[in-house]
Design a protein around this ligand. Structure first.
Ligand code: NAP
Ligand code: ZN
Length: 355
Protein backbone atom coordinates (compact mmCIF):
# COMPACT_ATOMS: atom_id res chain seq x y z
CA UNK A 1 0.00 0.00 0.00
CA UNK A 2 1.33 3.49 -0.85
CA UNK A 3 2.10 5.93 1.93
CA UNK A 4 -0.67 8.42 2.68
CA UNK A 5 0.19 11.84 1.28
CA UNK A 6 -0.86 14.76 3.43
CA UNK A 7 0.23 17.52 1.09
CA UNK A 8 -1.61 18.84 -1.90
CA UNK A 9 -0.20 17.71 -5.22
CA UNK A 10 1.31 20.31 -7.53
CA UNK A 11 0.20 19.37 -11.04
CA UNK A 12 1.17 20.49 -14.53
CA UNK A 13 -1.46 20.46 -17.23
CA UNK A 14 -2.84 22.40 -20.17
CA UNK A 15 -5.81 24.76 -19.84
CA UNK A 16 -8.07 27.01 -21.90
CA UNK A 17 -8.27 30.50 -20.38
CA UNK A 18 -11.22 31.92 -22.33
CA UNK A 19 -13.71 31.05 -25.05
CA UNK A 20 -11.06 31.31 -27.77
CA UNK A 21 -10.42 27.76 -26.56
CA UNK A 22 -6.67 28.05 -27.05
CA UNK A 23 -4.90 25.64 -24.71
CA UNK A 24 -1.58 26.43 -23.02
CA UNK A 25 0.47 25.13 -20.07
CA UNK A 26 -1.11 25.64 -16.64
CA UNK A 27 -0.04 24.78 -13.09
CA UNK A 28 -2.56 23.94 -10.37
CA UNK A 29 -2.96 21.83 -7.25
CA UNK A 30 -5.04 18.76 -6.49
CA UNK A 31 -6.15 17.76 -2.99
CA UNK A 32 -3.94 15.54 -0.86
CA UNK A 33 -4.81 11.86 -1.31
CA UNK A 34 -7.79 11.33 1.03
CA UNK A 35 -8.79 8.11 2.82
CA UNK A 36 -10.91 6.89 -0.12
CA UNK A 37 -8.82 8.46 -2.88
CA UNK A 38 -6.75 6.89 -5.59
CA UNK A 39 -3.89 8.97 -7.02
CA UNK A 40 -2.49 8.05 -10.39
CA UNK A 41 0.10 9.27 -12.86
CA UNK A 42 -1.74 10.12 -16.07
CA UNK A 43 -0.17 8.54 -19.15
CA UNK A 44 -2.72 9.12 -21.91
CA UNK A 45 -5.82 11.25 -22.40
CA UNK A 46 -8.22 11.13 -25.34
CA UNK A 47 -9.65 14.25 -26.96
CA UNK A 48 -13.44 14.16 -27.06
CA UNK A 49 -15.50 16.55 -29.19
CA UNK A 50 -17.13 17.56 -25.88
CA UNK A 51 -13.72 19.02 -24.90
CA UNK A 52 -13.88 21.13 -28.05
CA UNK A 53 -17.49 22.23 -27.41
CA UNK A 54 -16.53 23.21 -23.86
CA UNK A 55 -13.19 25.00 -24.38
CA UNK A 56 -15.00 27.17 -26.95
CA UNK A 57 -18.04 27.65 -24.67
CA UNK A 58 -20.41 26.18 -27.27
CA UNK A 59 -22.66 24.82 -24.49
CA UNK A 60 -22.57 28.26 -22.76
CA UNK A 61 -21.59 26.99 -19.33
CA UNK A 62 -17.81 27.07 -19.52
CA UNK A 63 -15.69 28.03 -16.53
CA UNK A 64 -12.08 29.15 -17.02
CA UNK A 65 -9.34 28.26 -16.57
CA UNK A 66 -10.51 24.89 -17.88
CA UNK A 67 -8.34 21.78 -17.90
CA UNK A 68 -10.33 19.44 -20.17
CA UNK A 69 -10.06 15.67 -20.50
CA UNK A 70 -12.55 13.01 -19.45
CA UNK A 71 -11.10 9.81 -20.87
CA UNK A 72 -7.69 9.27 -19.32
CA UNK A 73 -5.63 6.43 -17.98
CA UNK A 74 -2.48 5.80 -16.02
CA UNK A 75 -0.80 3.92 -13.20
CA UNK A 76 -1.73 4.14 -9.51
CA UNK A 77 1.01 5.76 -7.41
CA UNK A 78 -0.77 6.14 -4.08
CA UNK A 79 -3.99 5.08 -2.33
CA UNK A 80 -5.77 6.21 0.81
CA UNK A 81 -6.04 3.81 3.77
CA UNK A 82 -9.71 2.99 3.09
CA UNK A 83 -9.29 2.13 -0.58
CA UNK A 84 -10.16 -1.49 -1.34
CA UNK A 85 -10.78 -1.75 -5.07
CA UNK A 86 -7.45 -0.49 -6.41
CA UNK A 87 -3.78 -0.84 -5.53
CA UNK A 88 -0.48 0.83 -6.37
CA UNK A 89 0.68 -0.24 -9.84
CA UNK A 90 -2.82 -0.91 -11.20
CA UNK A 91 -3.77 0.33 -14.67
CA UNK A 92 -6.71 2.65 -14.06
CA UNK A 93 -8.73 5.38 -15.70
CA UNK A 94 -11.31 8.07 -15.07
CA UNK A 95 -14.18 8.99 -17.36
CA UNK A 96 -16.69 11.83 -17.29
CA UNK A 97 -17.66 11.71 -13.60
CA UNK A 98 -15.75 12.08 -10.33
CA UNK A 99 -18.64 12.11 -7.87
CA UNK A 100 -22.36 11.61 -7.26
CA UNK A 101 -24.68 11.67 -4.22
CA UNK A 102 -24.65 7.85 -3.75
CA UNK A 103 -28.15 8.16 -2.25
CA UNK A 104 -30.67 8.75 -5.01
CA UNK A 105 -32.57 6.32 -7.17
CA UNK A 106 -30.16 6.75 -10.10
CA UNK A 107 -27.10 6.09 -7.92
CA UNK A 108 -28.80 3.05 -6.36
CA UNK A 109 -29.41 1.68 -9.86
CA UNK A 110 -25.81 2.22 -10.94
CA UNK A 111 -26.80 5.07 -13.21
CA UNK A 112 -24.71 7.76 -11.49
CA UNK A 113 -24.61 9.73 -14.75
CA UNK A 114 -28.24 10.70 -14.13
CA UNK A 115 -27.74 11.71 -10.45
CA UNK A 116 -28.77 15.34 -9.90
CA UNK A 117 -25.51 15.85 -7.99
CA UNK A 118 -23.22 14.09 -10.44
CA UNK A 119 -19.87 15.91 -10.54
CA UNK A 120 -18.32 16.12 -14.01
CA UNK A 121 -14.58 15.49 -14.23
CA UNK A 122 -13.91 19.08 -15.31
CA UNK A 123 -15.69 22.41 -15.67
CA UNK A 124 -17.44 21.96 -12.33
CA UNK A 125 -16.88 22.28 -8.60
CA UNK A 126 -15.84 19.34 -6.45
CA UNK A 127 -17.22 18.47 -2.99
CA UNK A 128 -14.32 20.37 -1.43
CA UNK A 129 -15.39 23.56 -3.24
CA UNK A 130 -12.43 23.52 -5.64
CA UNK A 131 -12.77 23.43 -9.43
CA UNK A 132 -12.62 20.03 -11.06
CA UNK A 133 -9.79 19.67 -13.56
CA UNK A 134 -9.59 16.91 -16.14
CA UNK A 135 -7.03 14.65 -17.70
CA UNK A 136 -4.97 17.09 -19.79
CA UNK A 137 -2.68 16.93 -16.76
CA UNK A 138 0.08 14.86 -15.18
CA UNK A 139 -1.67 13.49 -12.10
CA UNK A 140 -5.19 12.68 -10.92
CA UNK A 141 -6.70 12.30 -7.45
CA UNK A 142 -10.14 10.67 -7.46
CA UNK A 143 -12.61 8.94 -5.14
CA UNK A 144 -12.02 5.22 -5.69
CA UNK A 145 -15.68 4.68 -6.62
CA UNK A 146 -15.13 6.66 -9.82
CA UNK A 147 -11.88 4.99 -10.79
CA UNK A 148 -12.07 2.18 -13.35
CA UNK A 149 -9.75 -0.77 -13.78
CA UNK A 150 -8.25 -1.06 -17.28
CA UNK A 151 -7.64 -4.71 -18.24
CA UNK A 152 -3.88 -5.24 -18.31
CA UNK A 153 -4.16 -6.93 -21.71
CA UNK A 154 -5.17 -3.63 -23.36
CA UNK A 155 -2.66 -0.99 -24.53
CA UNK A 156 -3.27 2.07 -22.34
CA UNK A 157 -3.15 4.66 -25.13
CA UNK A 158 -5.84 3.01 -27.26
CA UNK A 159 -7.90 2.09 -24.18
CA UNK A 160 -8.22 5.70 -22.97
CA UNK A 161 -11.09 6.60 -25.36
CA UNK A 162 -13.16 3.72 -24.02
CA UNK A 163 -13.84 5.83 -20.92
CA UNK A 164 -15.99 8.31 -22.84
CA UNK A 165 -16.35 7.43 -26.52
CA UNK A 166 -16.65 3.73 -25.68
CA UNK A 167 -19.15 3.84 -22.85
CA UNK A 168 -21.26 6.57 -24.49
CA UNK A 169 -22.18 4.23 -27.33
CA UNK A 170 -21.98 0.91 -25.42
CA UNK A 171 -24.52 2.02 -22.78
CA UNK A 172 -27.43 2.86 -25.14
CA UNK A 173 -26.69 -0.11 -27.40
CA UNK A 174 -27.15 -2.36 -24.35
CA UNK A 175 -29.92 -0.40 -22.60
CA UNK A 176 -32.16 -0.07 -25.66
CA UNK A 177 -31.56 -3.66 -26.77
CA UNK A 178 -29.70 -2.48 -29.86
CA UNK A 179 -27.18 -5.28 -29.49
CA UNK A 180 -28.89 -8.29 -31.07
CA UNK A 181 -26.80 -10.42 -33.37
CA UNK A 182 -28.14 -10.42 -36.93
CA UNK A 183 -29.96 -7.06 -36.62
CA UNK A 184 -28.91 -4.01 -38.59
CA UNK A 185 -27.35 -1.01 -36.88
CA UNK A 186 -26.79 2.38 -38.50
CA UNK A 187 -24.02 4.59 -37.11
CA UNK A 188 -24.26 8.28 -38.00
CA UNK A 189 -20.98 10.25 -37.89
CA UNK A 190 -17.71 8.35 -38.11
CA UNK A 191 -15.63 10.12 -35.48
CA UNK A 192 -14.56 9.07 -31.98
CA UNK A 193 -17.96 7.85 -30.79
CA UNK A 194 -19.06 6.57 -34.20
CA UNK A 195 -16.07 4.32 -34.81
CA UNK A 196 -16.52 2.75 -31.37
CA UNK A 197 -20.20 2.11 -32.19
CA UNK A 198 -19.11 0.30 -35.36
CA UNK A 199 -16.68 -1.83 -33.35
CA UNK A 200 -19.25 -2.74 -30.69
CA UNK A 201 -21.90 -3.45 -33.32
CA UNK A 202 -19.54 -5.86 -35.08
CA UNK A 203 -18.55 -7.46 -31.73
CA UNK A 204 -22.26 -8.05 -31.05
CA UNK A 205 -22.64 -9.77 -34.43
CA UNK A 206 -24.67 -7.04 -36.08
CA UNK A 207 -24.81 -5.83 -39.66
CA UNK A 208 -23.38 -2.30 -39.47
CA UNK A 209 -24.04 0.59 -41.84
CA UNK A 210 -22.06 3.82 -41.51
CA UNK A 211 -23.93 6.99 -42.49
CA UNK A 212 -21.39 9.73 -43.08
CA UNK A 213 -20.87 13.12 -44.71
CA UNK A 214 -17.31 12.09 -45.69
CA UNK A 215 -17.00 9.84 -48.77
CA UNK A 216 -13.25 9.71 -48.06
CA UNK A 217 -13.93 7.60 -44.95
CA UNK A 218 -15.58 4.73 -46.85
CA UNK A 219 -12.60 2.58 -47.73
CA UNK A 220 -11.15 2.44 -44.24
CA UNK A 221 -14.59 2.04 -42.67
CA UNK A 222 -15.01 -1.16 -44.65
CA UNK A 223 -11.43 -2.42 -44.49
CA UNK A 224 -10.30 -1.44 -41.01
CA UNK A 225 -13.55 -1.16 -39.05
CA UNK A 226 -15.30 -3.99 -40.94
CA UNK A 227 -18.42 -1.93 -41.60
CA UNK A 228 -20.82 -3.87 -43.86
CA UNK A 229 -22.26 -0.83 -45.66
CA UNK A 230 -21.45 2.83 -46.11
CA UNK A 231 -23.95 5.55 -47.02
CA UNK A 232 -23.01 9.10 -47.87
CA UNK A 233 -25.81 11.08 -46.24
CA UNK A 234 -25.65 13.78 -48.93
CA UNK A 235 -26.10 11.22 -51.70
CA UNK A 236 -29.90 11.13 -52.18
CA UNK A 237 -29.81 8.08 -54.39
CA UNK A 238 -27.89 5.99 -51.84
CA UNK A 239 -30.15 7.19 -49.03
CA UNK A 240 -33.32 6.42 -51.00
CA UNK A 241 -32.16 2.90 -51.72
CA UNK A 242 -31.58 2.30 -48.00
CA UNK A 243 -35.05 3.43 -46.83
CA UNK A 244 -36.54 1.04 -44.20
CA UNK A 245 -33.45 -1.19 -44.06
CA UNK A 246 -32.23 -0.53 -40.50
CA UNK A 247 -33.47 -1.82 -37.14
CA UNK A 248 -31.53 0.70 -35.09
CA UNK A 249 -29.54 3.91 -35.49
CA UNK A 250 -27.09 5.57 -33.13
CA UNK A 251 -26.52 9.23 -34.04
CA UNK A 252 -23.17 10.67 -32.87
CA UNK A 253 -23.17 13.87 -34.92
CA UNK A 254 -21.66 16.90 -33.17
CA UNK A 255 -23.40 19.59 -35.24
CA UNK A 256 -26.91 20.53 -36.33
CA UNK A 257 -28.29 18.10 -38.93
CA UNK A 258 -31.52 16.75 -40.39
CA UNK A 259 -33.19 13.85 -38.57
CA UNK A 260 -35.85 13.05 -41.16
CA UNK A 261 -33.57 11.40 -43.74
CA UNK A 262 -32.12 9.24 -40.95
CA UNK A 263 -35.53 8.25 -39.55
CA UNK A 264 -36.61 7.20 -43.05
CA UNK A 265 -33.89 4.52 -42.94
CA UNK A 266 -35.59 2.78 -39.99
CA UNK A 267 -37.89 -0.19 -40.35
CA UNK A 268 -41.25 -0.27 -38.52
CA UNK A 269 -40.62 -0.15 -34.71
CA UNK A 270 -37.08 1.09 -35.34
CA UNK A 271 -35.17 3.11 -32.79
CA UNK A 272 -32.84 6.09 -33.18
CA UNK A 273 -30.75 7.10 -30.18
CA UNK A 274 -29.04 10.49 -30.06
CA UNK A 275 -25.75 10.83 -28.22
CA UNK A 276 -24.23 13.86 -29.96
CA UNK A 277 -24.46 17.29 -28.36
CA UNK A 278 -24.82 19.92 -31.14
CA UNK A 279 -24.88 23.50 -29.89
CA UNK A 280 -28.21 24.13 -31.64
CA UNK A 281 -31.51 22.18 -31.25
CA UNK A 282 -32.52 19.62 -33.88
CA UNK A 283 -35.94 19.56 -35.53
CA UNK A 284 -38.23 16.59 -35.18
CA UNK A 285 -41.25 16.23 -37.47
CA UNK A 286 -43.73 13.97 -35.60
CA UNK A 287 -44.86 12.39 -38.87
CA UNK A 288 -41.35 11.01 -39.34
CA UNK A 289 -41.93 8.76 -36.32
CA UNK A 290 -45.72 8.32 -36.17
CA UNK A 291 -45.75 6.25 -39.33
CA UNK A 292 -43.73 3.21 -38.41
CA UNK A 293 -44.07 3.58 -34.62
CA UNK A 294 -40.46 4.72 -34.34
CA UNK A 295 -38.61 5.70 -31.18
CA UNK A 296 -36.24 8.63 -30.80
CA UNK A 297 -34.28 8.58 -27.55
CA UNK A 298 -31.19 10.03 -25.93
CA UNK A 299 -28.44 8.79 -23.67
CA UNK A 300 -25.40 10.13 -21.89
CA UNK A 301 -22.21 8.22 -20.96
CA UNK A 302 -22.88 5.25 -18.64
CA UNK A 303 -22.83 4.23 -14.97
CA UNK A 304 -19.68 3.12 -13.18
CA UNK A 305 -20.49 -0.59 -13.00
CA UNK A 306 -21.60 -0.54 -16.61
CA UNK A 307 -18.35 1.21 -17.59
CA UNK A 308 -16.34 -1.49 -15.82
CA UNK A 309 -18.44 -4.17 -17.58
CA UNK A 310 -17.68 -2.48 -20.91
CA UNK A 311 -13.94 -2.36 -20.14
CA UNK A 312 -13.99 -6.05 -19.19
CA UNK A 313 -15.89 -6.84 -22.40
CA UNK A 314 -13.20 -4.93 -24.34
CA UNK A 315 -10.50 -6.88 -22.48
CA UNK A 316 -12.07 -10.20 -23.49
CA UNK A 317 -12.68 -9.15 -27.12
CA UNK A 318 -9.44 -7.19 -27.45
CA UNK A 319 -11.49 -4.18 -28.48
CA UNK A 320 -9.76 -0.78 -28.46
CA UNK A 321 -10.01 2.60 -30.10
CA UNK A 322 -8.21 3.40 -33.35
CA UNK A 323 -6.12 6.42 -32.42
CA UNK A 324 -3.69 9.10 -33.54
CA UNK A 325 -1.28 9.79 -30.69
CA UNK A 326 -0.10 13.40 -30.36
CA UNK A 327 2.16 15.50 -28.12
CA UNK A 328 0.71 18.37 -26.08
CA UNK A 329 2.28 20.88 -28.47
CA UNK A 330 -0.11 19.60 -31.16
CA UNK A 331 -3.30 19.88 -29.10
CA UNK A 332 -4.55 23.17 -30.58
CA UNK A 333 -3.95 21.88 -34.10
CA UNK A 334 -5.78 18.68 -33.18
CA UNK A 335 -8.78 20.73 -32.01
CA UNK A 336 -8.89 22.55 -35.36
CA UNK A 337 -8.77 19.23 -37.19
CA UNK A 338 -11.50 17.76 -34.95
CA UNK A 339 -13.73 20.74 -35.80
CA UNK A 340 -13.35 19.72 -39.47
CA UNK A 341 -14.08 16.00 -38.83
CA UNK A 342 -10.47 15.31 -39.82
CA UNK A 343 -9.62 12.52 -37.40
CA UNK A 344 -9.26 8.76 -37.64
CA UNK A 345 -10.71 8.25 -35.21
CA UNK A 346 -9.58 9.66 -31.86
CA UNK A 347 -6.70 11.92 -30.90
CA UNK A 348 -4.93 10.71 -27.76
CA UNK A 349 -2.43 12.95 -25.95
CA UNK A 350 0.81 11.30 -24.89
CA UNK A 351 0.59 13.10 -21.55
CA UNK A 352 3.52 11.67 -19.60
CA UNK A 353 6.08 12.06 -22.37
CA UNK A 354 5.15 15.54 -23.58
CA UNK A 355 4.27 17.70 -20.57
P1 NAP B 1 -16.13 13.64 -33.58
O1 NAP B 1 -14.99 12.71 -33.40
O2 NAP B 1 -15.86 15.03 -34.02
O3 NAP B 1 -17.20 12.93 -34.54
C1 NAP B 1 -18.38 13.57 -34.94
C2 NAP B 1 -18.68 13.18 -36.37
O4 NAP B 1 -19.92 13.77 -36.72
C3 NAP B 1 -17.71 13.70 -37.39
O5 NAP B 1 -16.55 12.92 -37.52
C4 NAP B 1 -18.54 13.68 -38.65
O6 NAP B 1 -18.56 12.35 -39.16
C5 NAP B 1 -19.94 13.99 -38.14
N1 NAP B 1 -20.31 15.38 -38.39
C6 NAP B 1 -19.65 16.50 -38.00
N2 NAP B 1 -20.29 17.59 -38.41
C7 NAP B 1 -21.40 17.17 -39.07
C8 NAP B 1 -22.49 17.82 -39.70
N3 NAP B 1 -22.57 19.17 -39.75
N4 NAP B 1 -23.46 17.07 -40.27
C9 NAP B 1 -23.40 15.73 -40.23
N5 NAP B 1 -22.40 15.05 -39.64
C10 NAP B 1 -21.41 15.75 -39.07
O7 NAP B 1 -16.91 13.82 -32.19
P2 NAP B 1 -17.13 12.77 -30.98
O8 NAP B 1 -16.06 12.99 -29.99
O9 NAP B 1 -17.39 11.43 -31.54
O10 NAP B 1 -18.46 13.38 -30.35
C11 NAP B 1 -19.65 13.45 -31.10
C12 NAP B 1 -20.71 14.24 -30.34
O11 NAP B 1 -21.09 13.49 -29.18
C13 NAP B 1 -20.23 15.59 -29.82
O12 NAP B 1 -21.28 16.52 -29.93
C14 NAP B 1 -19.92 15.32 -28.34
O13 NAP B 1 -20.02 16.45 -27.54
C15 NAP B 1 -21.01 14.32 -28.03
N6 NAP B 1 -20.75 13.46 -26.88
C16 NAP B 1 -21.81 13.09 -26.12
C17 NAP B 1 -21.63 12.23 -25.05
C18 NAP B 1 -22.80 11.78 -24.24
O14 NAP B 1 -22.62 11.38 -23.11
N7 NAP B 1 -23.99 11.77 -24.80
C19 NAP B 1 -20.35 11.77 -24.74
C20 NAP B 1 -19.29 12.15 -25.55
C21 NAP B 1 -19.50 12.99 -26.62
P3 NAP B 1 -18.58 12.06 -40.76
O15 NAP B 1 -17.31 12.66 -41.27
O16 NAP B 1 -18.60 10.57 -40.81
O17 NAP B 1 -19.81 12.68 -41.28
ZN1 ZN C 1 -16.48 12.74 -24.07
Amino acid sequence: MGEAHYLEHEVHGWAARDCSGVLSPFKFSRRATGPRDVTFKVLYCGICHSDLHQIRNEWQNSKYPMVPGHEFVGIVTEIGPEVHQHKVGDHVGVGCMVGSCQNCDSCAKGAEQYCECMTPTYNDVDQDGKPTYGGYSALMVCDERFVLQIPKSLPLDAAAPLLCAGITVYSPLRYFGMDEAGKSLGVVGLGGLGHMAVKFGKAFGMNVTVISTSPSKEEEARLILNADNFLVSKNDQQMKKAVKTLDYIIDTVSAKHELEPLLSLLKVNGKLVLVGGPEEPLQLNPFAILFGRKTVAGSTIGGIKETQDMLDFCGVHNLISTIETIPFEYVNKAMDRLAKSDVKYRFVIDVANTL
